[in-house]
Design a protein around this ligand. Structure first.
Ligand code: PMT
Length: 403
């Protein structure tokens, strides 16, 4: 079955006898893992009721551009932004003409104007209408603008004619939609990521921590989502919103992160440790705020080692593909290679955190990806782009090692 795992599809239904197939199309898209919201033109409602499609999609059907209730709930702009794909099926000759003209005189055409998502049309009309030069010119114009065309098929039509203009079969539409997404080599995989700092309590007020913002780990979570993975994000305290559609497990201390990571590891195909985990914690946490003592100007804390999370995951008998990070301020390659060996990692991402503009809390990073396949230098770039590149390298590694 084609995978549309994690994808959000806005289904536009227009007036034509093929509208009755939109009910089955919703079910098949959902079977492929997609979330579906429906927009209907007034003519479509002559062929199938909004109630039917609402019941199937699990969301209110949107029909009116100027419906204040709809605008309050999820207006045309939110819908346009929500979609990963706008699929117009069936696409009537009328809506094709209005899209060609860039009209925004109803909700569906307005969304198509506003969205940044790809648009796919599944034409459905009488063969004479399909062959009409006006329709053919409109189709050529839309294709030239990057609109995707799914079909139409040839065959017998409801009006008794035989020829081109039948909407593609539902399973073919689902396959064509899935084909648009680069569901990536992580489609159907589960990726567990640790991100952010940990906080090691000294007393009810104070703690030990570090400068990690979580940006690197959160970017990896987003990139893994885009590659079609199911993502579990175990995050220390950060000021970032979690990417939609990840399973977020917020933690505070290294011990809590360790407990969460080991609980998730068995379901992971890939484990990426981007978190800046405190190596040590205070041997004991004071019950009350530590008071200053007159005449004594020093405070000594005894620290004890925290469990090594990534090494523990790598030591599991049934281990996932384990990728760690190395945050170094000198001898980057030597230290990173040694860490990879010592922790028994499939790969390690070495970053020099002493260089301005990369590493902790920066928007960019530059790394060396070290694995059995060698050492891949990834020069400075945004953490979001770097995350996509790292996910690509990890997927390649996964493919070669599990082939
Ligand atoms: O969060 P940002 O602000 O975006 O910054 C990104 C980053 C610099 C934090 C990130 O790119 C990074 O380098 N993360 C790893 C930081 C770190 O702790 O590196 P390390 O060399 O000390 O640890 C090596 C590896 O062991 C890491 O994968 C770490 O997650 C893991 N580790 C360390 C200690 C421990 N007790 N458990 C672990 O799992």
């Amino acid at each position: 079955m084609s995978s549309l795992f994690n994808k959000r599809i806005l289904l536009g239904v227009t007036g034509g006898i093929a509208a009755y197939k939109s009910a089955e199309l919703i079910r098949r898209l959902q079977d492929a893992g997609a979330q579906v919201r429906v927009v209907m033109t007034p003519a479509a409602q002559e062929f199938i009721t909004p109630l039917t499609l609402q019941a199937l999609s699990g969301h209110p059907v949107h029909a009116d551009l100027l419906d204040p209730a709809a605008e309050a709930a999820m207006g045309h702009i939110e819908l346009a932004r929500w979609a990963d794909l706008v699929l117009v099926a069936p696409a009537s000759a009328d809506v094709i003409a209005r899209l060609t003209q860039g009209q925004g005189d109803d909700l569906l055409t307005t969304i198509c104007l506003a969205t940044a998502a790809p648009i796919a049309l599944a034409p459905a009309m009488n063969q004479g209408m399909w062959r009409n030069q006006a329709t053919q010119d409109n189709i050529a114009t839309l294709a030239g603008r990057g609109v995707h065309l799914f079909g139409p098929a040839e065959g017998s039509q409801a009006c008794g004619d035989v020829g081109p203009g039948r909407m593609l079969e539902v399973q073919d539409l689902v396959a064509a939609a899935a084909g648009l997404f680069d569901t990536g080599a992580l489609a159907g995989k589960t990726v567990v990521i640790t991100a952010g700092p940990t906080r090691e309590a000294i007393d009810p007020v104070r703690y030990l921590s570090n400068h990690s913002s979580g940006k690197m780990g959160y970017a990896l979570a987003q990139a893994a989502l885009e590659a079609g993975a199911k993502v579990i994000l175990i995050s220390g305290p950060v000021a970032l919103p979690a990417p939609e559609r990840v399973t977020l497990i917020p933690v505070t201390s290294a011990q809590e992160m360790y407990d969460a990571a080991l609980a998730c590891a068995s379901s992971a195909d890939v484990f990426i440790a981007a978190a800046a985990v405190a190596d040590y914690r205070p041997a004991s946490v004071a019950e009350h705020k530590l008071k200053k003592t007159a005449g004594i100007d020093t405070l000594t804390l005894t620290l004890v080692k925290n469990p090594d999370i990534v090494a523990s995951v790598a030591a599991l008998p049934e281990r996932p593909c384990v990728v760690g990070f190395a945050a170094e301020s000198e001898l980057l390659l030597a230290h990173a290679r040694a860490k990879r060996e010592h922790k028994r990692l499939d790969a390690i991402v070495a970053n020099d955190i002493s260089t301005e503009g990369i590493g902790f809390n920066s928007d960019d990073n530059a790394v060396i990806f070290i694995s059995d396949a060698g050492e891949e230098y990834l020069a400075q770039r945004s953490k979001s782009q770097l995350a996509r590149d790292l996910i690509g390298l990890i997927a390649q590694h996964l493919m070669t090692t599990t082939a």
